[in-house]
Design a protein around this ligand. Sequence first.
Ligand SMILES: NC(=O)c1ccc[n+]([C@@H]2O[C@H](COP(=O)([O-])OP(=O)(O)OC[C@H]3O[C@@H](n4cnc5c(N)ncnc54)[C@H](O)[C@@H]3O)[C@@H](O)[C@H]2O)c1
Ligand SMILES: O=c1ccn([C@@H]2O[C@H](COP(=O)(O)OP(=O)(O)O[C@H]3O[C@H](CO)[C@@H](O)[C@H](O)[C@H]3O)[C@@H](O)[C@H]2O)c(=O)[nH]1
Length: 469
Amino acid sequence: MSFDLSICCMGAGYVGGPTMAVIAKNCPNIRVCVVDLNAKQIDAWNSAELPIYEPGLKEVVESCRGKNLFFSTSIESEIALADIVFISVNTPTKTQGIGAGRAANIKNCELCARTIAKVATTNKIVVEKSTVPVRTADAVRRVLACNDKGLEFQVLSNPEFLAEGTAIDDLEKPSRVLIGGEETPGGQAAIAKLVSVYANWVPSSQIITTNLWSSELSKLVANAFLAQRVSSINSISALCESTGADVSEISRAIGSDPRIGPRFLQSSVGFGGSCFQKDILNLVYLCETFGLDECAEYWHQVIKMNDYQKSRFTQKMVSRMFNTATGKKIAILGFAFKKDTGDTRETASAFVCRDLMQEKARLHVYDPQVKREQMMIEFDYTLNVNTTTEPDLEKLITTETDVYKACEGAHAIAVLTEWDEFKGLDYERIYKGMSKPAFVFDGRNVVDIKTLREIGFEVYAIGKPWPKE
Ligand SMILES: NC(=O)c1ccc[n+]([C@@H]2O[C@H](COP(=O)([O-])OP(=O)(O)OC[C@H]3O[C@@H](n4cnc5c(N)ncnc54)[C@H](O)[C@@H]3O)[C@@H](O)[C@H]2O)c1
Ligand SMILES: O=c1ccn([C@@H]2O[C@H](COP(=O)(O)OP(=O)(O)O[C@H]3O[C@H](CO)[C@@H](O)[C@H](O)[C@H]3O)[C@@H](O)[C@H]2O)c(=O)[nH]1
């Protein structure tokens, strides 16, 4: 079959895979190929068990895989074939060198640009889909210019705003698509080409075009504003627990003001995920680089408040359990950073588990989508908790596939991810099997406090009036 256009996406991760699947589904006349250095990842995309869990993703992939959607490790030949190349690779926070702990590492983006420059034999539009520091397109452009065949490359910024757990819905019905490009005839033509791809299913009124730098920076700012709301309401949750006010009532009361709006006011044990912390640190670093220390400190406070919220939660747990968790069995309900995803990157649950392990609590972790191997990777990668730094790790963490077994004999339950199934558990049954007093610490405000207290639980929930001693 012949296609009108060929797209290649470098990076088959949480963004590249779902984004390209939705483009393929909505544009049957476009050939889409997602490539990756990681052969295991590509094999999984080509199998019945996709490498990531996302509601609705499997159906979309299966509807077009092998027709106009392909997953491949033939990076160079697929780039050569493409009219448009998306760069959708990871851009993690640097762990060493200049800007360590703050700046985003864009080495993968640079490598992609170098590969494109090397193998391209036709003009191409190169699209930054990854989240990058503002002015990264300068670097991409300069690397592409090293191509010695006299080709023309246009660089666009097209940041992705999908949230995990709702990726397919977000991609099918995006609040907006943002495309930034050069303010030259070539740049505008490239913008128009990419707009025409999205226009297959996104109303044109929702496609925003800007200059390159506004587009790159908007992505960081969007995440900073969202995370700021979570940290703001979490700061109020602490005040609620001390005063008898209820954070859910406050969210409702303030969120009804259309100038504030109701979303992203859900108090929690702390935000996680691969983006918020990384992108805010990136923003903080940019501000510092330009000597804007007050601006840097303003945004850094969003992260500090999140760190405070995570450690505050564990401290409350331990203090309620008579100031000791040593040897106690604690059921951890949820390890993913939010519901409906198996992603554990920067999950608040890992931080709480780490702090409880330091108290030598015995943790029985249940999460419907996260496997033990993934939990161990998260402990090691984000928190440097491994069998060398915590010799008792294997003994302290038991992973359960049955939530009731996780709670059997436990002194306490900590709800750390808002999976819907935690609302409908048979808490009478759970209570009977637990050590008494049976504590529930709800870091997501999912349990029905009144019912659980009637059963006999001692319930403590984020931002809720805490019972008097
Ligand atoms: N995860 C999200 O929800 C989300 C949402 C919006 C934006 N983003 C941004 O999108 C980017 C990608 O995020 P992700 O979550 O998909 O990352 P990811 O780690 O899940 O996937 C990135 C993939 O890129 C591959 N890769 C790295 N270098 C490569 C190269 N040179 N050639 C080919 N493949 C290469 C890796 O093997 C990996 O499979 C990041 O910049 C992130 O900040 C992520
Ligand atoms: O009211 C809220 C909303 C979210 N969270 C937490 O915040 C984190 C992030 O949640 P969410 O934003 O829904 O998920 P992400 O997949 O991280 O998506 C964010 O990060 C992506 C990557 O950049 C962006 O594309 C999305 O627009 C942006 O929402 C999670 O731990 C949530 O539990 C709260 O605690 N309270």
